[in-house]
Design a protein around this ligand. Structure first.
Ligand SMILES: Nc1ncnc2c1ncn2[C@@H]1O[C@H](COP(=O)(O)OP(=O)(O)O)[C@@H](O)[C@H]1O
Ligand SMILES: [Mg+2]
Length: 225
């Protein structure tokens, strides 16, 4: 059996809040393997973003451990091995869309034809005609789709997407998810999507429920996949 990409053992993250400390994530134990498709489903404030940041090595647990058995140390993960799509807008304002999407390739000193690979990533989400636009010229939903193109461009081992359809109406969100799942079909890339939308969760093989920082898992029954 191959090593897990991400392994969490009783991982917790507490934040000080008004003189007390609250558990944004409480004692979560899980394994993420190559090819997994996971919906991280929970209400606003349930701890989804905190969990994704812990999985990306961007935040440090206050209890328990997160390790990356097949990937390496926490400081080597982003953005080559793990692509994190932030919930908040994260495009660099002075850069054109195509330059934003090229960033992971430039950081990895990729030797591929960067223009071609960037245009292919944009085309995956039907964004070719935005290539030369600046972020300020885009709608919130377009920015989210560009951030998704930036996440897939470097073919990472893991994509962690934090409410990537949050700014989109449901049909547009469905198109984005269709495109992403079609792009990843048959690849080993693991995908975790944080969402509060049960329609998104329906499309994924594993469902992790977050409630007040507590993680539980359900797996779709046999025959539904
Ligand atoms: N940097 C922070 N400082 C203090 N509290 C935080 C911080 N980030 C998140 N929290 C708190 O942790 C809880 C979980 O937040 P979050 O992970 O953002 O949930 P979700 O992504 O599900 O909306 C919330 O109560 C939130 O207020
Ligand atoms: Mg969040």
């Amino acid at each position: 059996m191959t090593d897990a990409l991400i392994e969490a053992q009783a991982v917790g993250r507490r934040y000080p809040q008004g003189g007390v400390s609250i558990a944004a994530v409480a004692s979560a134990t899980f394994r993420l393997r190559a090819g997994d498709r996971v919906a991280l489903l929970g209400r606003s404030g349930s701890g989804k973003s905190t969990l994704l940041h812990l999985m990306a090595g961007l935040d440090v647990p206050t209890s328990g451990t997160v390790t990356w058995p097949a990937l390496g140390r926490a400081d080597t993960l982003l953005p080559e091995k793990i692509a994190l799509v932030f919930q908040a807008p994260s495009l660099l304002e002075p850069l054109m869309v195509s330059e934003n999407v090229a960033l992971p390739l430039l950081m990895a000193k990729a030797t591929c034809d960067i223009d071609r690979v960037v245009m292919a990533a944009l085309a995956t989400f039907g964004l070719e005609n935005l290539a030369r636009k600046l972020p300020e010229e885009l709608s919130g939903g377009q920015m989210q789709r560009v951030a998704m193109a930036r996440a897939i461009v470097g073919t990472p081992c893991v994509i962690l997407a934090d409410e990537p359809t949050g700014q989109l109406d449901q049909p547009t969100g469905r198109v984005l998810l269709d495109a992403l799942l079609a792009h990843l079909a048959g690849t080993d890339t693991a995908l975790v999507i944080a969402t509060h939308d049960p329609a998104v969760a329906e499309r994924m093989e594993r469902i992790w429920h977050m409630e007040h920082g507590t993680l539980t898992e359900t797996v779709h029954g046999a025959g539904t996949l």
